[in-house]
Structure formats: C-alpha cells, structure tokens
Design a protein around this ligand. Structure first.
Ligand code: PBG
Length: 331
C-alpha cells in the first residue's frame, strides 16, 4: 500500500522567491547596528589588529572619518573604546579623570564631526588600569572593590556626558552602578543622557581579541574577572541582573556575548518592555574571520545568518564588528 499523501505542505511557503520574501519573519537593516570602534593616541595611520582582521585602531581624525563612512551606510550608533598608552596607566586608573584624555577627546570629535550618529561611551576602568580590571582593587589586591569603583564610574560617566555622549554604557558589572550613575547624571544636568546597561555580561573566553585591541591583556595572559562578570552557567542570575538594572533606571538592556547566550535574549525579550541589545563580541567575530580566511566558511553568509539569529531571538540592537560590512551587504 502506498503511504498517504501529506495533509500539510509547509513547502508551499518556500516555493518561490516572491512567497519567501512575503513570509519572511525577520529582516536586518543597517539601523539595527552599533559599530564598536577603537581609538588610539597619535595622528598616524590606522593600525590593524592581528586577531580582528578588518578592524582597526584609529587616530582621532581617522575615527571621525571612519564614522562618516558608517553614517553614510546607514549605521546609527558607535560604541567607542580607547587604547590608552601604557605609560598613562596605573593601579587606580586615575587617567580617566584627565579632562583631555583620549576617550573624552574621541567623544567630542565624534559629536562635532558626525552629530547624526549616537555615541555610546564605555564606562569601566579597564582601559586605564595597569592590572586591566574594570575597577579599583581592594587593599589586599584580591578583588575589585565594588563601592569605591561605583564612585569612580559615576565620575567617568559624568565626564563622558559633559563631552557629549548620547548614552553611557557601563560594562563593569558592579552592583548598584546604574542607579548611582543615573542619580549622578541627573544631578549634573544630564537628565537626557541615556544608560545602556551591560545588564548580563558574562565572564567569557570570547573577549581575548578585544583585550589585544585596547591593550588590557596582561603579560601573564589570563585576566580573571569571575568576581564580577557572570558565570556562563547562570541564566537565572543573569535575568536578576537585568531586572535590577531596569529597576535602577537603565534605558536599554544588553546581553554579552551574543551567540552563546541567545536563551537569555529570548527570555529577556519576553520579560522586559525596554529595548534589548546584544554584543557580538571580538572572539565571535575573530572565529568567523579565521574560518573564512581558511576557506572553511563563507564569511558573508555566515555573518548574516548570525546577525539574523540575534534578531530572531529578540534583539532590537546589535553591537557588531560586522556593522560596516553588513551595512554594505544590505545595500
Ligand atoms: C571591559 C570590556 C570588555 C569588552 C568590552 N568592554 C572586555 C572585558 O571584560 O575584559 C569586550 C568586547 C569584545 O570582546 O568585543 N569593560
């Protein structure tokens, strides 16, 4: 006896490009992206970063120039990260208080040169500390001191807001920093400056290339941030962190890294009415580039599939090193 014919034929919806276009559930657009950008001292040419092919450290002038390219491609936001010269770093990261430090100059240059772009400035001490931690160490040097660090982060956020940042983006995972920063900004007349909270930031092995890019990698190699960044095993704790950041006044919540944590993107999407961002981090970018260089993957198809996956999981905003390329591919 012949098997009975299928009673349902979902393939009808895949039968032609027209029907596929009409029934597609998610689409990427350049407006989805925030491009992370690295800035360095000096007026020289952009420097390539070995572990991040296609990504550069820019001089101040180069940064603004490159930001214009991104703007013209339809990208709407930039996240700035400074590579501070080693000679300016110390245990306390005190250089962040220099009103003319590289980060503040970069924010001013971007807002002057490309005012249409939203600038998200990173709030954390790791670019400025000799030990590479995101905060100030306790007296024994064994852990980051939460409350002293929060005071420093508030100062940093205020200076970035003074420089013109549209949003400050605390990436440090200290307890209580979102409320403290919100109160500091409000008291300083910056009620309109937003907070993008790295709400669920995991202690991830995928940050290595970024630490090359900003020079926060220690000679000893491994930098243990497990005393403040989330344990990759913990989903409930990540949801709690995000709920606290929302309650403390965050305007946008973010999950970082992106790919290994899409379960949290989905769960957060179902729990919060705030915009949700993901950060596809340096290691996720580097992996794909490395495979593409060997001819093992098609970079364009694989990158676009990942980016689409973030949207399908529920992300509104994607911080990605693919921003420029993807915006070109989408034209
Ligand atoms: C630190 C910070 C890190 C990244 C952004 N901000 C790395 C870290 O925690 O050491 C990583 C981003 C990436 O890997 O692309 N405040």
């Amino acid at each position: 006896m012949l098997p009975s014919l299928p009673s349902h034929r979902p393939r009808r919806l895949r039968a032609s490009a027209a029907i596929r276009d009409l029934t597609r559930e998610h689409r990427l657009h350049p407006h989805d992206f925030i491009a992370p950008m690295f800035v360095m001292e000096g007026g020289g040419d952009s420097e390539s970063i070995d572990s991040m092919p296609g990504i550069f450290r820019h001089s101040l002038a180069g940064l603004a120039e490159h930001a214009r390219v991104l703007r013209d491609l339809g990208v709407r936001g930039i996240a700035v990260f400074p590579r501070i010269d080693a000679g300016l770093k110390d245990e306390m990261g005190g250089h962040f208080r220099d009103p003319d430090n590289l980060m503040l100059r970069a924010v001013r240059a971007l807002k002057r040169g490309v005012p249409e772009l939203a600038v998200f400035s990173d709030v954390a001490l790791d670019p400025y500390t000799s030990h590479g931690h995101d905060g100030l160490l306790n007296a024994a040097g064994t852990d980051v001191d939460n409350d002293r660090t929060v005071i420093a982060l508030c100062e940093m956020a205020r200076m970035q807001a003074d420089a013109g940042a549209d949003f400050v983006a605390p990436s440090d995972m200290m307890d209580g920093r979102v409320r403290a920063i919100r109160e500091t900004l409000d008291a300083a007349g910056h009620a309109d400056t937003g907070i993008l909270a790295y709400a669920a930031k995991f202690n991830s092995a995928f940050y290595g290339p970024f630490r090359d890019a900003v020079g926060s990698k220690r000679p000893a190699g491994y930098l243990d941030k497990s005393g403040y960044q989330l344990d990759p095993a913990n989903a409930r704790e990540a949801l709690l962190e995000a709920a606290l950041d929302e309650e403390e006044g965050a305007d946008i919540l973010m999950v970082k890294p992106a790919g290994p944590y899409l379960d949290l993107v989905r769960q957060l999407r179902d729990r919060t009415l705030l915009p949700l961002a993901v950060y596809q981090v340096s290691g996720e970018y580097a992996m794909l580039q490395a495979a593409a260089e060997r001819g093992w993957l098609d970079a364009r198809a694989a990158a676009m599939e990942q980016l689409l996956g973030f949207k399908r999981a529920g992300a509104d905003i994607i911080l990605t090193y693919w921003a420029e390329q993807a915006a070109r591919w989408l034209r």
